[in-house]
Design a protein around this ligand. Sequence first.
Ligand code: PAF
Length: 281
Amino acid sequence: MIIFKKVNDIASFLNQQKQKNNTIGFVPTMGALHEGHLSLIKKSKQNKHLTVCSIFVNPTQFNDATDFEKYPSKHEEDILLLSRVDCDVLFLPVAAEIYPSGTTLEISYPLGEMENLLEGKFRPGHFQGVCQVVDRLLSIVTPHTLYMGQKDFQQCMVVEKLLQYKYNHVELAVCPTERTTSKLAMSSRNIRLSSKGMVTATAIIQGMEHAKQTLLTLPLRTIEAELTASLLASGFSKVDYVSIADANTLLPLEKWENDSKGVVLVAAFLEGVRLIDNLLL
Ligand code: PAF
């Protein structure tokens, strides 16, 4: 695996690779890699792309300074993991490479109502920050395919909007959420949970699976309220949202119909760690 830290170096290397007719698969990350990230690298490799992973903890997408400071950083372990799955290129820039003229957002990405819902509502500015960094990374890596995980369901929808807006030629491949044997969604933030917390955290997926079974028998708002109550009873300190939403717009579904395309999305705090997950219905 070749490691690049400078924009000019990676850009000219990838340019040469494109001239040799190699296609580029790109997996942007913030590091503290886990099986979820590695599954994206593996998928890109299976698709015969020259595979680029970036590790950059983007300050502009954190609305909470403590969350940014506590974001885990494990570069040596990450490099070992990436080498094991045969990642071709790692891009490991410092902030000055990504934001040479500072972090101030110069444009406002047209994300519509999506920006004010769910994650957008509880993390104001978060998705503009995500678009700012993904935009910059795409302009450097110029991939054919961008690989992202379904765990960040709303982020995938936002990035799809960014691609429609500025990178029509880039394909987005959304890959399934990787889970532990107890079905907890893999997340870099799980490192901050105690072993008891790791068990308690499975209440999210259990609650979502239960919700899926009751769609035809209970009003959707009741299902959401029951799932919220069960998370609080399990030991979660705060629930930002539980939403049964239209999978295409993320607006709350009024009623479950046989042809509904729905998704249940959850964000909740456990041991001071904010966890998110979702399940297609
Ligand atoms: O999902 C993440 O890890 C980040 O939001 C991303 C896409 C790498 C942008 O910083």
